[in-house]
Each structure stands twice: as C-alpha cells, then as structure tokens.
Design a binder for this molecule. Structure first.
Ligand code: NAD
Length: 354
C-alpha cells in the first residue's frame, strides 16, 4: 500500500507560450492582451538585436539594458526610477536570470506586470522569488507580485548560448528538480514535475551537447527548465540551494556553474537517506542508480567539475561550512553536521569523488 496523501500545494498562475521563432509574435500578442500603453523592454545585452526589434514592433516607451548579475540595489533603484519617469505600465524582459531579476526588482515596489522571455535555463521566470544585492549581501524574498504574468519560450533565442554555459545552466535546472524532492514543501505534485523535468533536461542537454545548433534539444531543455522552476518554486530551497546560495553570495561564484558542480555531492550525501527520491531520479535518467546516472550524464556533457576552477579558495571552506550549517532545512532527509559539510565542500572544491 502507498502512504496516505496529506499535503497542501500552491499553484502559481501564469500564461506559458512555447514556440521556436515565435517570441516576437507572442510578445506582441501578450502586450495587446494585457492592454499596456507604456512598455519598458529590459534586455540582458547579448540579445539587443532581438529586443530592439520587439521594442519597435510593440512601440515600446523605453528600452533598458543596465543589467548586472545578482541585481545590485543601485541598478534596481535606477531601473525603478526610469520606469516611474516614463510612466511604464508593463515590463518585458529578455535575457537570463539577471535580466529577469531586474524586472522582478521593479515589480517588487511598483507591482507592474512582467512578460518574461528567458534566454537561459535558470528558471527565474517561473518563480515568485526575488533577489537584490546590497553591500555584497544578497537578500531574497517571496512575493507573488514579482511572478511574471506571461512567459514566452523560444528556443531560437538560446542558440547563441555557448554549449558550456547551456550545460551549466541546464544542470542548474536539474538541480532545482533534484533538490525539490527533499525541500521543505516537497509533495507529490512538485515531485511529478521534477521527475518529468529531469527526463526532459537529460534528453535535451544530451541532444544539444551533440551539436550546438540542435533546436529540438534546446526546446526540450527549456521545457525541462520550466518544470524545474515550477517544482522549485513550490517545494522551496533544499540543502543544495542553501549551499549554492551561500557560496554564490559570500564568494561571488558564478550561479549556473556553482549549481552544476555542487549537485552530485548533495545527491551522494542525501540519496542513501532518501530512497524514494533516488528511485525517481534514477527512473527519470533511465538508469538503475541515481548518482551513477547523474555522473554519467555529467561526463557526457563535460559538466563543470571543481569549485576551485570558479574562484573559491580552500581557505574559504571552513567559513562556508559555518554559514551553510545555519541554513540547512530541518526537512533534509539526512542530518547534516559541520564535519559533513567540510568533507562535502572539500570534495566539491577539488572535484574529487565523494
Ligand atoms: P545571467 O542572466 O547572468 O546570464 C549569464 C550570462 O549569459 C550573461 O553574460 C548573459 O548576458 C549571457 N546570456 C544569457 N542568455 C544568453 C544567450 N541566449 N546567448 C548568449 N549569452 C547569453 O545568468 P543566469 O544563470 O541565467 O541567471 C543567474 C541569476 O538568476 C542569479 O542572480 C540567480 O540568483 C538568479 N536566479 C533567480 C531565480 C529566482 O527564482 N529568483 C532562479 C534562478 C536564478
């Protein structure tokens, strides 16, 4: 017999449009549907041509490209002031998590609606989580007002994303799925999304790794990234996200590569105490053992291997263990000690077997 089903699940309301080559048409249709008069288009920079084409098509009031990683408060305030000055009533953001993060910072104080057009697999577009950095400290919060009302996925916009960054970003999405299986609000609904997310990400990343022009692989990866973000938003941050949040915030490590590197270590640590999660992951990866399946995928994809390659110093590990220990969720399937964290971090720093 299965266990009794008792849980509370929150579903976030968004309109999701998928279609390669359809982003410009879909943005125009959504702007029309939402009845906006003064649109601000935010662009992450690499997509300036696409963004300026869209801005012309929808007769945008303002095109804005002062985007920086982790949303520094000064950039957020400048963008908020620009939105106010131009009497903006809708924000369209095109780019990765940094561009979407800036749009969320505007929405946090103005309640303006957002249309998000993601160009990486980070997944911020499907969460109600915002993040702002002040004096080198990143604060995050949850507010339904920052959830984009529409998300427009167009795999053609990811063709320019280099394969290495696509792999790191796709594994960032895979980490949302894995961590959501033991995060504080894990439930059967977000677990189902996480399983399908892992399957789609594994298939999509394998295909795009075989040739950077593989549009079908990138579509599958976007689909998996969306599911991963929905699962993560619903389940909350587990041990993996807590570790990466500390490492990214305190030592300025790159977001996607940090997630991609840390994931196998958290899986190796938790899997023996979370057999149902491990079975789901293994099934979704089409193999008999979750960790072996993840490691095989990582090897095929030539995934990032060691935190020391991204600027973390060995002398940082002791302080990092202290900072992480304070935020490990009590829901984690395995009790975590400072010594456990030191061993895990040291292995991830070195890229060693764990
Ligand atoms: P990013 O947005 O900083 O993009 C990384 C780099 O890739 C940038 O230089 C960008 O210009 C470039 N880039 C993006 N798309 C490209 C494309 N299609 N072609 C070529 N270059 C491209 O990084 P990210 O990993 O997408 O996002 C990371 C940020 O998002 C972090 O600040 C993280 O905290 C945040 N995030 C937030 C949530 C949330 O729920 N709030 C979820 C995930 C990530």
């Amino acid at each position: 017999m299965t266990d009794p089903l008792v849980f509370a699940h929150q579903t976030l309301g968004q309109r999701i449009l998928f279609g390669s080559g359809l982003a410009a048409v879909n943005v125009a249709a959504e702007v029309d549907r939402l009845g906006a008069d003064a649109v601000m288009v935010i662009t992450g920079g690499h997509d300036a041509n696409f963004a300026s084409g869209v801005a012309r098509q929808i007769n945008a009031t303002l095109t804005y490209d002062d985007v920086a990683p982790h949303v520094p408060i000064e950039k957020a305030e400048k963008a908020r002031a620009a939105a106010q000055e131009y009497d903006v009533d809708l924000v369209v953001c095109v780019g990765g998590g940094s561009a979407i993060g800036l749009a969320k910072a505007i929405a946090l104080t103005s309640r303006l609606p957002i249309i998000a057009v993601p160009t990486t697999y980070a997944g911020s577009e499907a969460t109600n989580v915002w993040g702002i950095t002040e004096a080198s400290r990143k604060t995050t919060g949850v507010d339904d007002g920052v959830l984009p009302v529409s998300v427009i996925y167009d795999a053609e916009l990811t063709l320019s994303l280099p394969v290495e960054l696509s792999v790191a970003s796709g594994l960032n999405a895979l980490a949302h799925c894995v961590d959501s299986l033991w995060a504080p609000r894990a439930d059967p609904i977000n677990a189902a999304m996480a399983s399908e997310g892992i399957r789609a990400l594994s298939a999509g990343l394998s295909a795009l790794n075989a040739g950077s022009g593989d549009l079908r692989g990138r579509e599958q990866t976007q689909y998996g990234a969306y599911l991963s973000a929905v699962a993560f938003a619903s389940a909350g941050s587990g041990m993996h996200h807590k570790i990466c949040h500390v490492l990214g915030g305190a030592y300025d490590l790159p977001h996607a590569q940090t997630h991609a590197t840390v994931l196998p270590y958290v899986l190796a640590f938790n899997a023996p105490a979370a057999p149902e999660a491990a079975r789901r992951i293994a099934d979704a990866l089409g193999c008999s053992d979750a960790l072996e399946g993840l490691n095989q995928l990582r090897k095929r994809l030539k995934a990032p291997v060691a935190l020391r390659d991204y600027g973390l110093k060995e002398t940082d590990l002791s302080e990092a263990a202290d900072l992480i220990l304070k935020v490990i969720p009590s829901s984690n399937p395995r009790k975590v000690t400072r010594q456990d964290l030191l061993i895990l971090l040291h292995a991830a720093w070195n890229g060693a077997e764990f």
